[in-house]
Design a protein around this ligand. Structure first.
Ligand code: ADP
Ligand code: MG
Length: 308
């Protein structure tokens, strides 16, 4: 294609909400063989909400929720925001305009010390001089927290429904769990089918657990799933698909996805995603609509005269 054609292609992309950074990525997109999708915030809406919460000890429900919310208050994770909103609603019966800052000022959250976020696992901190962990199974296993049959059953049931289970330990005892749902984007299944029709193989990669990942993949129609992947592992997965010379696109929105976006032949960031992801990508999907993954591939084929 001539430089003019690339310029025209880039302009057509911009008019359709697909920002293209550089003609090289536009040229590579026509030959893409695998499109690897992040789950949370990419295939799903990224608007998580708590569907259920269960206390497994004698602790009052209100105290349990305030403990969990206090631990999550310093986390940026979508799951943390869902927990805060749920606990706030329980506390005030109204979550209208409260912000984290107001929460602390109005004094309903407990004081937290020694907070740290553990990527791919959850958070930990101290409250009232006791250690609290909020996160997934792996976090509990690493800290030798015993998961009873009752807790395991509660979480497994959530995961079968494509929800994510959050476990909570306090003073080394598992005190409760919450279920969080994050619905698929409306266009997700249609886009997966469309890619398959074009001869492109969709793959899903996530830090979430296998059961939830498999349930979401089944719902959206993806056969190849990689779950319980630590942030650094996503880029390794991209490289493993490139091993035989295949052209690989990665679609993601999170800080966790940026190494994988950079490693891919074509990195596509969701416009509503984090700045780090947008910087690492070659394409930015400004409408946050997955149909634009297909738009971008078509545009490349058209620009480089490879319409099939
Ligand atoms: P993804 O790849 O789907 O975007 P992440 O790598 O961000 O997922 O997180 C992986 C898993 O780690 C989550 O599914 C959750 O179980 C756990 N996790 C991470 N951060 C938190 C948090 N702030 N609160 C609870 N759980 C968390
Ligand atoms: Mg994500």
């Amino acid at each position: 294609a001539t430089p003019t054609a690339v310029m025209v292609g880039t302009g057509v992309g911009a008019n359709n909400g697909v920002l293209i950074k550089g003609g090289d990525a536009l040229e590579r997109a026509q030959m893409v063989k695998y499109v690897i999708f992040d789950k949370t915030g990419t295939l799903t809406q990224g608007k998580a909400s708590v569907t259920s919460a269960k206390v497994f000890t004698g602790m009052q429900r209100g105290e349990f929720l305030t403990l969990v919310a206090s631990a999550e208050a310093s986390s940026e994770h979508p799951l943390a925001k869902a927990v805060l909103a749920y606990a706030r609603h329980f506390h005030f019966f109204d979550d209208s305009s409260a912000t984290t800052e107001n929460d602390v000022k109005s004094g309903w959250l407990f004081d937290v010390t020694d907070f740290s976020a553990l990527p791919g696992r959850g958070v930990q901190c101290s409250i009232k001089g006791r250690h609290i962990l909020v996160g997934n199974r792996m976090l509990m296993l690493e800290n030798d927290i015993d998961i009873s049959k009752e807790v395991e059953n509660f979480v497994a049931e959530l995961e079968q429904k494509a929800q994510t289970g959050i476990l909570v330990s306090y003073d080394n005892i598992l005190i409760g769990a919450l279920g969080v749902a994050d619905p698929l984007k409306r266009e997700a299944s249609v886009v997966i089918k469309g890619l398959q029709k074009m001869g492109v193989i969709p793959v899903m990669v996530t830090g979430d657990n296998w059961r939830t990942a498999n349930a979401v993949a089944k719902e959206v129609g993806i056969q190849d799933v990689r779950a319980e992947v630590m942030p650094a592992g996503k880029a390794d997965i991209v490289r493993s698909f490139q091993n035989d010379g295949s052209i690989v696109a990665m679609v993601g929105d999170g800080i966790n996805d940026s190494p994988a976006l950079a490693a891919a032949d074509i990195g596509m960031a969701i416009g509503a995603g984090t700045d780090v992801a947008i910087e690492a990508a070659n394409f930015v999907l400004m409408r946050n609509n997955l149909e634009d993954v297909i738009t971008a591939i078509h545009l490349s084929r058209k620009t480089f005269d490879r319409i099939r």
